[in-house]
Design a protein around this ligand. Structure first.
Ligand code: ATP
Ligand code: MG
Length: 332
C-alpha cells in the first residue's frame, strides 16, 4: 500500500482553509493509502520558539479536529514529531543535500516572515523545508496532501530524495503533492489565504454564534456601495465559501444568489445570513463528533501514544537503511 504523509503545525485550532486544502483529501484517501499524519511541533519553533507552553493543549485540540472531521484512528497513524529523534538526525543529513540560496528562494519564506513579523530568518526557519523533507521521507511518503502554499516545499523534498538516491543508494520515493479542490481558501478579511497567524479564520470548532459573528462582519465586494449596485462574485470570499461548503441541495439557491448579486438585486446581509446557515450545516456533524471525542481524553492519549510508537518504528527502519546506504553503519 502506498503511503501518505502530511500534517499540521500545532499553532492553534484548524480552520476551514485546512479542511479544503488538505483535510478533505486525507479523509477521502484514508482507505486507499496507509496514512501518517504528523503533528509538527518542532516546526512551530521556526516562527514561535518562545511559545512552547501552549503546544500540549494545541496538540490535543488538533487531534480532536482530526477525529471530528472523520479521520479514522484505526486506519491513520497520528503522531508527534518531537517524540521521534530519528527525524532530526535525518534532517541533519539532508541539510547537506540542498543549498542555502535554494532555501532563501522559497516563496513561503518571505510570506511567513511577513505574517510572523520576522526581520531576519533563523537557521531553523530557513531549514524548514529540510526538516519537512525528513518528515516525509522518514516514512517514505509518496503522496502529500497539502494546500497550494506548500507545493514549493514538496519540490525541495523531491530534489533531496533524488540527490540522496543518486549519491548513495536509491531508497527514497519522490513524493508528489496533492492540492485540494480549493488550493488556497481566502480569509474572512478578503486576504488571499485564511491563516492561523493572521487570525482571519473560521475554525472547525467555532460555535454557531461565533460563525455568525465572523460571517456577518466578513469582507465582501468593496466596489459595491448600494444594494442596487452590480456586485462581484470573483474575489468575494462569501461566494467562495458558499461554493466550497454548500451541499448538493444548496446549489440551486447559490446559483440564484450569484445571479441576483451580479445584477444588484440582493444585499450582502441576506447572502451572509444564508452563508451562516450553510456553514453551520456543514459544521454541525463535526461539532457533534468533537463533543463525543472530547469526553474521552484517555482515548486521545492512547491514539497519540500508539501512533507515535508506530511512526518511530518506521523512522528507525528508514534511518538504519540510510546509514547503511551511506556506509555509516560502523558497528554490527
Ligand atoms: P500558520 O499561519 O500558523 O502557518 P496555517 O493556517 O498556514 O498556519 P499550517 O499548519 O501552516 O496552517 O498548514 C497546514 C496545512 O494546511 C498545509 O498543507 C497548508 O497548505 C494547508 N492550509 C493552510 N491554510 C490554508 C488555506 N487557507 N487554504 C488551503 N490550504 C491551507
Ligand atoms: Mg502555514
Amino acid at each position: 500500500m502506498k503511503r501518505i504523509l502530511t500534517g499540521d503545525r500545532p499553532t492553534g485550532k484548524l480552520h476551514l482553509g485546512h479542511f479544503v486544502g488538505s483535510l478533505a483529501n486525507r479523509v477521502k484517501l484514508q482507505r486507499e493509502y496507509e496514512c501518517f499524519f504528523i503533528i509538527a511541533d518542532l516546526h512551530t519553533l521556526t516562527t514561535k520558539p518562545e511559545q512552547t507552553s501552549s503546544l500540549k493543549e494545541n496538540i490535543y485540540q488538533m487531534v480532536l479536529d482530526y477525529l471530528s472531521i472523520g479521520i479514522d484512528p484505526k486506519k491513520a497513524t497520528i503522531y508527534i514529531q518531537s517524540q521521534i529523534p530519528e527525524v532530526t538526525e535525518l534532517a541533519v543529513i539532508f541539510g547537506n543535500l540542498t543549498t542555502v540560496p535554494r532555501l532563501e528562494r522559497m516563496p513561503t519564506l518571505k510570506d511567513v516572515m511577513r505574517d510572523a513579523d520576522i526581520k531576519i530568518p533563523s537557521y531553523g526557519l530557513l531549514g524548514y523545508p529540510v526538516l519537512q523533507a525528513a518528515d516525509i521521507l522518514m516514512v517514505k511518503g509518496e503522496l502529500v496532501p497539502v494546500g497550494k502554499d506548500q507545493v514549493s516545499h514538496i519540490e525541495v523534498t523531491r530534489e533531496i530524495a533524488r540527490d540522496f538516491n543518486r549519491t548513495y543508494e536509491a531508497i527514497f520515493p519522490e513524493p508528489k503533492p496533492l492540492v485540494g479542490e480549493i488550493p488556497t481558501l481566502p480569509g474572512t478579511d478578503g486576504a488571499m489565504k485564511m491563516s492561523k497567524s493572521v487570525g482571519n479564520v473560521i475554525n472547525l470548532s467555532d460555535s454557531p454564534e461565533e460563525v455568525e459573528k465572523k460571517v456577518m462582519s466578513m469582507y465582501t465586494d468593496p466596489t459595491r456601495i448600494r444594494v442596487t449596485d452590480p456586485g462581484h462574485i470573483e474575489g468575494n470570499p462569501v461566494f467562495t465559501y458558499l461554493d466550497a461548503f454548500g451541499s448538493e441541495s444548496d446549489r440551486e439557491q447559490i446559483t440564484k444568489y450569484e445571479e441576483l448579486y451580479r445584477t444588484g438585486q440582493v444585499g450582502d446581509i441576506e447572502v451572509k445570513k444564508y452563508l451562516v446557515k450553510v456553514l453551520n450545516n456543514f459544521l454541525d456533524p463535526i461539532r457533534k463528533k468533537r463533543t463525543e471525542y472530547a469526553n474521552q481524553p484517555e482515548l486521545m492519549e492512547k491514539i497519540l501514544k500508539e501512533g507515535t510508537e508506530k511512526a518511530r518504528t518506521e523512522a528507525q527502519k528508514t534511518l538504519e537503511e540510510v546509514k547503511k546506504a551511506m556506509k555509516l553503519d560502523y558497528f554490527h
